[in-house]
Design a protein around this ligand. Structure first.
Ligand code: AMP
Ligand code: MN
Ligand code: MN
Ligand code: MN
Length: 274
């Protein structure tokens, strides 16, 4: 089974359309695929339509990547294989979108104080549904304020930097509940990317499990085996299912759909929980 259950379209901070994504997933010979936009499910219906139109033999499941706050950290939770018509889930996404709009306005105000004007308009023009710090970063790079996206995060947009706005995302508990009530599986996204000591990672897994979380991403081609080992040990204690995802945002030399992804030994794949 070739799977990739974490990717982004232009409805959030990715660059490809849903159609381009499913065609690419098909070229990469994926059997199982999910588009998991940030707090947004707008890509899913057009992706299904494209699969039908191009007669692709791949199974697309519903997906979303929810932003949550937990002890001052921003934790991302993937919802997989839920009912996209669930009213409570749709309402929760609207609220998250509202928070994104409010945060974007505040980011623009902070940048204006730093003499970088009119960024809200420009970032909004680059975004579709889900406005992200990535859209601000792209404008900052285009205006030669930063040499690349990474620099935009390091100087302005990253945690506690000069244009950082503490977000008001919902809690892990609320996010997991929404996904489960919509019939889906809640999966911890990229635990290896949080800047956290092992003690905090243990607490995160524990709180996530207590909230009803059942799965986690446990592997990524660009994360050290030592780090992955620690995370896999913690996940074993909670008997989590393993999900696999590239977190693909755009074609580049570092990421590709489905590349170097395999369920680690001794874990059940998350699709057994669907
Ligand atoms: P947001 O959802 O608006 O908070 O933006 C978070 C997104 O920014 C993540 O999903 C990544 O795609 C991207 N991102 C986070 N940190 C960095 C970074 N240091 N450099 C480039 N992109 C980043
Ligand atoms: Mn992203
Ligand atoms: Mn993420
Ligand atoms: Mn992601």
């Amino acid at each position: 089974m070739r799977a990739d259950l974490h990717s982004h379209s232009h409805f959030s901070d990715g660059t490809l359309s849903p159609e381009q994504l499913v065609l690419r997933a098909s070229q990469m010979q994926l059997d199982l695929f999910a588009i998991t936009d940030h707090d947004c499910i707008d890509a899913i219906a057009p992706a299904h339509a494209a699969i039908e139109q191009h007669k692709l033999g791949m199974r697309l499941i519903s997906g979303v990547e929810l932003s949550t706050k937990w002890h001052g950290f921003e934790i991302h939770i993937l919802g997989l294989n839920f009912d996209t018509n669930n009213a409570a889930l749709r309402q929760a996404l609207l609220e998250q979108q509202d928070k994104r709009q409010q945060r974007a306005a505040k980011i623009a105000r902070k940048l204006a104080h730093l003499a970088i004007d009119n960024l809200l308009e420009k970032a909004t023009a680059l975004s579709t549904t889900s406005i992200s710090r990535v859209h601000f970063a792209k404008v900052l790079v285009a205006q030669n304020k930063c040499k690349d996206m990474q620099a935009a995060f390091t100087k302005y947009l990253g945690k506690n930097k000069s244009a950082y706005v503490t977000p008001d995302w919902f809690s892990i508990e609320d996010a997991v509940q929404v996904v489960k009530d919509a019939g889906g599986v809640a999966c911890l996204a990229h635990p290896f990317h949080y800047d956290m000591k092992t003690k905090w990672l243990r607490r995160l897994f524990e709180d996530f499990a207590n909230a009803g979380g059942q799965a986690s991403e446990l592997t990524h081609p660009r994360v050290s085996p030592t780090k992955l080992q620690v995370i896999q040990e913690i996940a074993t204690e909670h008997q989590f299912y393993a999900s696999i995802g590239s977190d693909f945002h755009a074609p580049n030399r570092w990421t590709e759909l489905g590349r170097k992804l395999a369920v680690p030994n001794n874990f059940s794949p998350v699709w057994e929980a669907f």
